[in-house]
Design a protein. Structure first.
Length: 681
């Protein structure tokens, strides 16, 4: 008795790339950033296959097919790219079926070429096309039937005319029932707004903002920050600060009556996580600041620090949300040998964990309601992974476009896991990667799959907690070269406000921390000094904004230099996101940085010209956007020389015009972006 159940598919679809956590987690993309999918697809025998990536944007009901091409016939590897055009979860899968028309055409063409009789083959082809016409839509039906009629009349142009044959194959694919295709698992690409990939952060303590340390004073700085090229202004916690066990300057155990305490010791009689410190202003001031920042093209980022001071209202209202010692006291925070008596961690394993989770979601949603769409999350690796997956999913469903930066200097697998669970970006080890080899190894890892599909780096040279050893007592030139590296290696980077601009370099003795840290005291900054990185920062950020190659990490390529104090790398525009097509852009940016802040370094770079899209037989122009000079280079080997007190790096725009010398003649001599050191006394 004949079976009514279709036979199992002969086609194998396997080894999909990229694949995050076996396909259980979404890829990370932004609007306009391509999704390139690869797979191994094959079947028994010699039939030809048709393979597509079928994708569907959020809210759509119809699937769009993108034909995959064979990139390695012998290994049965196929590849295709689709470009998401909307935010949200894009679903996609690979579908494959036997390409009956192409298989028939290929076999018949080989017979024709060999002079073999194809009378039967013509009739087989005609029957094949008629059968497909019976199930085809109106747009394809007529062409399939016309092709069948020509075959019966003895016309073989369906076989010999490539263009005609391709049209019939396309009609055939449209006619085949999608349910009959072999399919991969259905996967997801989480597509976010461009700021998820490309952003320039500036951390600012409101209480240090001149003239009076209020949110209104911060608002007055928005225009200068916009001119500086900042698009995310991050404020440490703005909430009331507890009095109990308040820390003094430099984390001193005893605080004086005028010491403001650490903003991360959240909660006092004035309120908790949904309140604003009275000295800073009000919740309305935060909402006003967020709206004003948006008017300057800046996102306001607040700190999510899910911890409490001993004076937080939750301590008395919800004692079950904290861990208690055997003597009944609440366990304060520790990172031995460090002790933070002014901070109580929350107990995510408490008996009322559901109530705690709901309250923390309410806190986050509260600030979203004030116009905040970016959060820097303090120490997320010390809270449960399921909590973050739930919280981020809930917040983004209610407030689309909300971004989360994970401040997690921890083990690599944990940092990647946070990215998989929904964190938009994460802090990195860039802070401590200083040598040429370390930089190459680390950013090669970050720029290749699977890292590049699950973890978006945000490079910070320093933070309020960390003054790395290589910047302690270092000259401003060291801060300049680290700025250029962070801004060009990573699409997102940040600086710790005026402290970094001015090159603050004095540490607490024996520690990787700044002396006179703003974590424990308010500061006032004189940004009018000549010795500041602000001009360099503004220039670098303008270059970053205009050169779309610097908006991506995927095309990062390192090039050889015969000097370990020089590092050279390039980025190219390779179908990456474009926010504003009218902006000037270039295909390739070439960056060369002097890693020695104390002396000039020279060497010969060895460029892979074909990888850069250049004709090795012709000269090309490297136009230094940082120094306002241009050079004509010929061949892959070229000499460079960089002086730290004059210019820490070259940021070359690479082109190959018909008249390269005409381009160079229009350029002036370099302009020093780093101010000179004051004369010694």
């Amino acid at each position: 008795m004949a079976s009514t159940t279709p036979a199992p598919s002969r086609i194998v679809v396997s080894r999909l790339t990229p694949l995050i956590d076996g396909g259980s987690r979404p890829l990370k993309r932004v609007v306009g950033e391509p999704v390139t999918v690869g797979a191994t697809v094959f079947a028994d025998g010699h039939d030809l296959l048709h393979v597509v990536v079928s994708h569907r944007p959020p809210g759509a009901t119809r699937w769009t097919d993108v034909t995959m091409t064979s990139v390695n016939l012998g290994l049965d590897r196929w590849e295709a790219t689709f470009v998401p055009s909307a935010e949200g979860e894009h679903r996609y899968e690979i579908r494959a079926w036997v390409d009956t028309v192409a298989t028939w055409r290929d076999a018949t063409a080989r017979k024709v070429e060999a002079g073999v009789e194809v009378e039967v083959d013509r009739l087989v082809g005609a029957a094949l096309l008629d059968g497909l016409a019976a199930i085809a839509r109106a747009g394809s039906r007529a062409e399939l039937r016309a092709g069948a009629a020509r075959l019966r009349a003895g016309d073989l142009d369906v076989v010999t005319d490539h263009e005609h044959g391709r049209r019939l194959e396309a009609c055939a694919h449209a006619a085949l029932r999608r349910a009959d295709a072999a399919k991969s698992a259905r996967l997801v690409a989480l597509v976010e707004r461009e700021r998820a990939l490309f952003s320039t952060w500036y951390e600012l303590f409101p209480r240090s903002a001149a003239p009076d340390g209020t949110l209104a004073s911060v608002e007055a700085q928005l225009e200068p920050l916009a001119e500086l090229g900042i698009d995310v202004l991050y404020l440490p916690p703005v909430h009331p600060i507890g009095l109990a066990y308040r820390k003094g300057p430099d984390n001193a155990v005893d605080a004086g009556p005028d010491d403001p305490g650490s903003p991360w010791a959240i909660g006092a009689t004035a309120g908790g996580h949904t309140a604003v410190h009275p000295d800073l202003g009000s919740v309305a001031d935060v909402a006003h600041l967020a709206a004003a920042a948006a008017g300057h093209g800046i996102d306001l980022a607040l700190d999510l620090a899910f911890q409490c001071s001993p004076d937080h209202p939750w301590v008395t209202e919800h004692p079950d949300w904290f861990r208690h010692r055997p003597d009944g006291t609440i366990q304060y925070a520790e990172n031995p040998p460090k002790r933070y008596q002014d901070i109580y961690p929350l107990d995510f394993d408490s008996i009322d964990w559901r109530g705690l989770w709901d309250e923390l979601l309410a806190v986050t949603s509260f600030w979203c309601d004030q116009g905040v769409r970016v959060f820097r999350v303090d120490n997320p690796h010390t809270k449960p992974f399921p909590f973050w997956q739930w919280l981020i999913g809930e917040v983004q469903a209610r407030h689309p476009g909300t971004l989360f930066l994970a401040e997690a200097f921890t083990r690599p697998e944990i940092m990647r896991r946070l990215g998989q669970l929904g964190f938009t970006q994460g802090y990195t080890y860039f802070t401590w990667r200083t040598s040429k080899g370390e930089l190459i190894d680390y950013f090669t890892e970050l720029s290749t799959s699977p890292s590049v599909d699950e973890f978006r780096p945000n490079a910070w040279p320093t933070t309020p907690d960390i003054l790395p050893e290589h910047l302690q007592y270092a000259p401003l030139e060291a801060f300049a070269l680290r700025l250029v590296l962070a801004a060009t290696l990573s699409p997102s980077y940040g600086v710790f406000g005026p402290s970094y601009e001015l090159g603050e370099n004095v540490p607490l003795e024996g520690k990787e921390e700044l002396a006179r840290s703003e974590k424990y005291e308010a500061r006032r900054w004189d940004l009018s000094t000549v010795r500041t990185l602000r001009p360099l920062m503004a220039q670098v950020n303008r270059i970053r904004r205009d050169q779309l190659a610097l908006h991506t990490l995927r095309t990062l390529r390192f090039h050889a230099v015969d000097n370990d104090q020089l590092v050279c790398f390039s980025k190219t525009v390779h179908g990456g996101p474009s926010v504003d097509p009218s902006r000037p852009a270039t295909a390739t940016v070439l960056v060369i940085v002097n890693l020695d802040p104390a002396g000039a370094q020279a060497g010969t770079v060895e460029l892979d010209l074909e990888a850069l899209g250049l004709d090795p037989r012709r000269p090309f122009v490297v136009d230094d956007l940082l120094g306002a000079s241009a050079y004509v280079w010929q061949g892959g080997a070229n000499y460079v020389e960089l002086h730290p007190d004059h210019q820490p790096a070259h940021l070359f725009r690479v082109s190959q015009p018909d008249d390269p010398f005409g381009v160079v003649s229009e350029r002036s001599l370099p302009v020093p972006p780093v101010p000179p050191r004051p004369p010694s006394r």
